[in-house]
Design a protein around this ligand. Structure first.
Ligand SMILES: NC(=O)c1ccc[n+]([C@@H]2O[C@H](COP(=O)([O-])OP(=O)(O)OC[C@H]3O[C@@H](n4cnc5c(N)ncnc54)[C@H](OP(=O)(O)O)[C@@H]3O)[C@@H](O)[C@H]2O)c1
Length: 344
């Protein structure tokens, strides 16, 4: 019934939504290097990316797309690492058209397959001379299936094990191109989780509803991105390769496209009314990839283009180490691929 009370209540909610949206608009810090254009190598507020090569995983949509677009604007050679040929090709053409940078291409990789990541890395290492920026951005926010063909829990595999493996396989190229950067896109959702190493490779039972189970598993994999960053920063110390993690903010993307019914409906309303746009949300990962401000920082956690304190679940180096060892096993890292302190 459209009573006056109902209409006032609705008006009140719309006002709150607009205020929150306005808050995002006014408080979003933009990576200050938009004025850094192709050819102007002297500008130092954010590195000029001419001559640099970047890989952005999951670059056909959401934050990955806007990150790749930004790198292309700066004149970088950009490789979109995507699993779907049509979506990758469409994003690639859109970026070339928008920026005029023809040095943008895609390579196919499925993060749900260890072999696919290996084939991608082998191909990249053979065909490319350098790698300056690796943005581990690809993600899945729900179980497309329970386990991958490698017997790894699906979300764990796509969100943590594959970026872990990919980073190992590309580390020599990053070291050769130093100073170079790895940027791991994590999430504030990590604070809602705790490491659960005993059951790390299990699909938890659905207790209330599927979406809640999936969101909690997603949060745990995002915590693993941060633990991985911590340990990797220690292992890369002194190599000229930095690694940082970030929370991009709440951004309207396709992250929870697997949700259905009422949960999907509510998520979409929140996303469209309250969340940041993809371009706004991509600012922190762009900042960490190109800004001079952070060239000597490694092992940091950032949001809104600022370093923040480490989440409490990610403060114990022993936990980082334990996850690292488990991940080495799950990712089937061979002895000569291991990133031990000694061989760096
Ligand atoms: N959106 C937010 O509010 C938010 C908040 C905190 C953190 N984040 C983080 O931001 C990053 C980007 O997320 P987003 O919001 O931009 O999500 P998105 O729009 O869903 O983008 C995810 C990307 O990952 C790709 N991907 C999924 N599964 C893959 C696989 N098996 N192999 C290769 N690529 C795969 C997707 O490709 P397809 O199109 O082929 O599926 C897509 O390109 C993620 O790390 C996420 O955790 C997002």
């Amino acid at each position: 019934m459209f009573t006056i009370a109902n209409i006032s209540y609705l008006g009140f909610l719309v006002c709150i939504a607009l205020c929150i949206k306005l808050y995002w608009k006014l408080s979003t810090r933009w990576n200050g290097s938009y004025s850094c254009l192709v050819g102007k190598t002297a500008i130092v507020t954010g590195a000029n990316s001419v001559g640099k090569t970047a890989i952005v995983t999951g670059a056909n949509s959401g934050l990955g797309y806007y990150t790749a677009l930004d790198f292309a604007k700066r004149g970088a050679r950009v490789i979109l690492a995507c699993r779907n040929k049509d979506r990758a090709e469409a994003a690639c053409l859109k970026i070339i058209k928008a920026t005029g940078n023809k040095n943008v291409s895609y390579k196919l990789v499925d993060f749900a397959s260890l072999q696919s990541v290996r084939t991608f890395a082998e191909d990249f290492n053979k065909s490319e001379d350098r790698l300056d920026i690796l943005v581990n951005n690809a993600v899945v926010g729900f179980f497309e299936k329970d386990y991958t063909g490698d017997g790894i829990q699906y979300m764990l595999h796509v969100n943590h094990i594959s970026p872990f493996l990919l980073t190992h396989l590309l580390i020599d190229k990053l070291k050769q191109s130093a100073p170079s950067r790895i940027v791991n896109v994590a999430s504030l959702a990590a604070i809602f989780s705790a490491p659960n190493f005993d059951n790390i490779n299990k699909v938890p039972k659905i207790t209330l509803f599927t979406e809640l189970r999936d969101a909690l598993v997603y949060a745990t994999t995002k915590l693993y991105n941060i633990l991985f960053t911590n340990e990797l920063a220690r292992r890369l110390n002194g190599t000229g390769v930095t690694v940082n993690a970030l929370h991009p903010g709440s951004v309207s993307t396709e992250l929870f496209r697997g949700f259905t019914g009422i949960v999907d409906y509510i998520t979409k309303i929140f996303a469209y009314t309250l969340f940041m746009t993809g371009e706004e949300g991509a600012q922190t990962q762009i900042y960490l990839s190109v800004s001079k401000d952070v060239e000597n920082i490694s092992g940091g956690l950032f949001t809104n283009c600022k370093q923040i304190g480490m989440y409490s679940a990610a403060k114990d180096p022993q936990v980082d180490k334990k996850l690292w060892e488990i991940s080495e096993e799950l990712a089937r890292i061979s002895p000569n691929e291991k990133l031990n302190f000694a061989n760096i």
